[in-house]
Design a protein around this ligand. Sequence first.
Ligand code: CAA
Length: 269
Amino acid sequence: MTTAVQKAQTVQQNNETNTPPATQAVPRVCLVTGGTGGIGTEICKRLARAGHVVATTYRNEEKAKAWKAQLAAEGYTLHIYKCDVADFEDSQRAVKAIVADLGPITVLVNSAGITRDTTLRKMSHDQWREVISNNLDSVFNITRPVLDYMLENNFGRIVNISSINGQKGQFGQANYSAAKAGMHGFTKALAQEVAKKGITVNTVSPGYIDTDMIQGVPEPIRLGIMSQIPVGRFGKPEDVAHVVSFLVEEGSGFITGANIATNGGHFMD
Ligand code: CAA
């Protein structure tokens, strides 16, 4: 007896229009900033597995080389470019280099980010500026040059990786919460500007994901945070990569200006 799945496969095989099935990605050049980080790495892998050409930026040469070698050993071909995303000129230079090597970027994931946690009364101006420039200025610095290629191609997918703490605020993170909330303001404004050009702009707001960043939080505080997560665990980088890959699909063109919480129920807007 022919099963429903086999029937669907036959329909696909006989598809004379050659339109790709909804789950098959049209190959794109993707740029993932902060791709060598915990969440960024998983996003790079996921997009590469979907058949895309994936580039990422890095600042630390040694870390990036080891990262590339590790992923090559796992069977991934990824392209790395030195770039300080907090610097506008350097970002413009890196985007040009990527496009010259790989072709126009039509998928952008702004995932680069840092923390400098401390209460506001102890926060230095440098700790404020570092977080704002690396987490928020960077979104402008990279998106501004990349957008030109998306407009030329009448297609684009921009995903900004924000945070639960941009939504609810967090003790000790006035700088980070401000930058992450700012990212979603950027998303909503740009989504309106480019909606008619085939370009979507969305925010993904991960909750506490098990990465080095979370491991940097003192253990008693970390365990206290975990007890507040209804799902009962920290998230995995794969949980976030899954949402990103969905948003960049061809079929996600009607989702724009959204903020997708990926936090195990930790905060419900
Ligand atoms: N709410 C209210 N009060 C709190 C509090 C909270 N969440 N946490 C601490 N306090 C109180 C303390 O009880 C203490 O009170 P007393 O002075 O009356 O004893 C006072 O505030 C000072 O607290 P600390 O001694 O802990 O202050 P500190 O300067 O040593 O540490 C901190 C401050 C470094 C910010 C520390 O609280 C901390 O690491 N918090 C966690 C921050 C956090 O969640 N970071 C997330 C990193 S991961 C990430 O950012 C990824 C993502 O997107 C989710």
